[in-house]
Design a protein around this ligand. Structure first.
Ligand code: AKG
Length: 263
């Protein structure tokens, strides 16, 4: 039996998202479901699910074998634990997308970013679209759900309101290290981020952000792991008349890419 979503966004919430490029919701899951998701999540990271295929890697480090990852990430954790899709959170994710766009989404995916207790590193300022195909136009969003309470000390999300209305800003690999998969805004362009707002959340709440919204999450200096499950979705991408040049994508040569090629 498909799980029925329980989320109904108000007109104010829908308006806020389109004006600001992000939205914060109190609850899209349940305590039992979160307990189950935490167990699945910890198992996937400890078993290094997807490592061979290049789906598990260090988003903020060189990702060398034997090194402790600063910011472990799994692309598509639900490929390795399909039961993650049989959850109220996933059903509510689809309902949120449909309500924000006024139509059903065309494709969905997920990823997981763990900030280990006391040393998980910051996720620097970036726009998600900087990772994607510069020949396409997107309508897409991410629903970021923590599996435990999260605040600035453990790495909650921060957004620059209204930044989704801008173009894609120049990025570079984190720390300007070509071995690193993660991207950051190029500091040489000195973008004004002073209007940023943080979004602390209870477990099972979520933030929603547009693919162009500038966002960041601090490192985890707390004593508990920060587990975030991120559900993404989009309408069909359309070809651009003139592709943009996301030259930073060509600057990276990562171990993760090599593993993906070999698998
Ligand atoms: O979880 C994080 O630290 C960052 C998440 C993020 O950048 C995203 O969901 O687009």
């Amino acid at each position: 039996m498909p799980i029925e979503p329980t989320i109904r966004l108000t007109d104010e919430q829908i308006h806020f998202y389109h004006e600001n490029g992000y939205l914060v919701l109190d609850q899209i899951s349940t305590p039992d479901e979160l307990e189950n998701l935490r167990q699945i999540y910890d198992r996937l990271f400890s078993e290094r699910a997807g490592r061979e295929k290049g789906d598990q890697f260090d988003l903020a480090g060189a990702d060398e074998e034997g090194e402790t990852a600063k910011l472990p990430q799994i692309l598509g954790p639900s490929q390795y634990a399909p039961e993650m899709l049989e959850t109220l959170a996933w059903a509510n994710g689809g309902a949120i997308m449909a309500q924000l766009w006024g139509q059903e989404g065309a494709g969905r995916g997920d990823h997981a970013i763990l900030k280990p207790a006391r040393y998980g590193s910051p996720t620097p300022w970036h726009q998600d679209e900087a990772y994607w195909d510069p020949a396409l136009d997107y309508t897409s969003l991410s629903i970021w759900m923590p599996l435990q309470d999260v605040d600035a000390a453990s790495g909650c999300m921060h957004f620059v309101p209204g930044s989704h209305k801008s173009e894609i800003h120049p990025h570079r690999p984190i720390g300007n290290d070509p071995r690193v998969h993660g991207l950051e805004l190029d500091p040489a362009f000195n973008l004004d981020l002073s209007g940023a707002v943080g979004a602390p959340l209870r477990a099972g709440g979520c933030t929603i952000h547009h693919q162009r919204t500038l966002h960041y999450a601090p490192g985890n200096v707390s004593d508990i792991p920060r587990r975030a499950w991120i559900m993404m979705g989009g309408l069909p991408a359309t070809p651009r008349e003139k592709p943009a040049d996301y030259y930073w994508q060509k600057q990276r040569h990562t171990a993760r890419e090599e593993r993906a090629k070999k698998s």
